[in-house]
Write a protein that binds this ligand. Structure first.
Ligand code: AMP
Length: 282
């Protein structure tokens, strides 16, 4: 695996690969890697000949400065795992490399309602930061294919919008969520959970499963309340428990028996904010 810290050197290297008709697959991450991230690398390796992973904890997407400060860093282990999984290139830029002028006063993206619902509503500015970092990464890497996790369902939609906005030809691949044995979606933030909270954390998955198993046409309000009760019983502080159209992400509280729906949850256990989602209808 070759590690690049400078974008110009990375771009020169990738340009050479392109002249040899090698397809590039890109996996952007913030590090503290787990099996979920590695599944993206494995998927990329099946589709493309050069896999580029980036590790960059992007300051502009953290609406909570404490969350940014406490973001886990396990770089040595990450490098080892990426090597073992067969990653070809790791891009490891500094904040100055990504934002040479300042992290303030950056460009604004017109994301419409995607920025006002769910994560957009509860994390103001978050998706602006995602677009700011992703546009820079995409322009530097210029991947043929981009691999991201369905775990961050709304982020997948925002980045697909961004690819169109940037008029990039990159194919977007959404990779299914990898879970722990007890159902908890793998996340870098899980390592911040104290042991007692770690035991409670799968309740998010159980709440999603409860919605999936019991959904029937008509009002969804009682079912959503049951899912909320399940979480509150375990001590979660809920941001949202919602059901939305799987394509548009428009939240709904009724089901016509046909519309494809996804259930989405964001909730805190202590200081740690967890999110998860699951398709709940076929
Ligand atoms: P992050 O490092 O949290 O920014 O995540 C980097 C990428 O890994 C994003 O595309 C995430 O959606 C994806 N990812 C995170 N957790 C999982 C998981 N449990 N399963 C699959 N993909 C994941």
């Amino acid at each position: 695996m070759i590690i690049f810290k400078e974008a110009a050197a990375l771009a020169r290297h990738l340009q050479k690969q392109r002249t040899m008709q090698r397809k590039t697959g890109f996996i952007p991450t913030m590090g503290a890697l787990h099996e979920g991230h590695l599944a993206l690398v494995q998927e990329a390796r099946q589709h493309t000949s050069i896999t580029v992973c980036s590790i960059f904890v992007n300051p502009t997407q953290f609406n909570d400065p404490n969350d940014y400060k406490k973001y886990p860093n396990t770089l040595d282990k990450d490098i080892y795992q990426l090597e073992k999984t067969g990653t070809d290139i790791l891009f490891l830029p500094s904040v100055d490399e990504m934002y040479p002028h300042s992290i303030h006063g950056l460009e604004h993206y017109d994301l419409g309602y995607l920025e006002t619902v769910l994560e957009g509503q509860y994390r103001p500015g978050h998706f602006q930061g995602v677009c700011q970092v992703m546009s820079r990464l995409l322009q530097k890497v210029q991947p043929d294919e981009l691999f991201m996790g369905q775990k961050d369902y709304q982020q997948c939609m925002v980045v697909q919008w961004l690819l169109q906005h940037l008029k990039m030809n990159t194919r977007f691949v959404a990779v299914p969520t990898i879970r722990e044995k007890d159902g908890l979606a793998m996340s870098s933030r899980n390592m911040r959970l104290p042991e007692a909270d770690r035991k409670k954390a799968p309740a998010i998955y159980h709440a999603l499963e409860h919605i999936r198993r019991h959904i029937t046409p008509g009002s969804l309000t009682p079912l959503l309340q049951e899912a909320r009760d399940l979480l509150e019983k375990e001590g979660f502080k809920i941001d949202y428990v919602a059901v939305a159209d799987a394509h548009s992400l428009s939240p709904t509280d009724t089901w016509d028996g046909k519309q494809p729906l996804v259930a989405l949850i964001a909730a805190f256990l202590g200081e740690v904010r967890l999110i998860d989602n699951r398709q709940v209808t076929k």
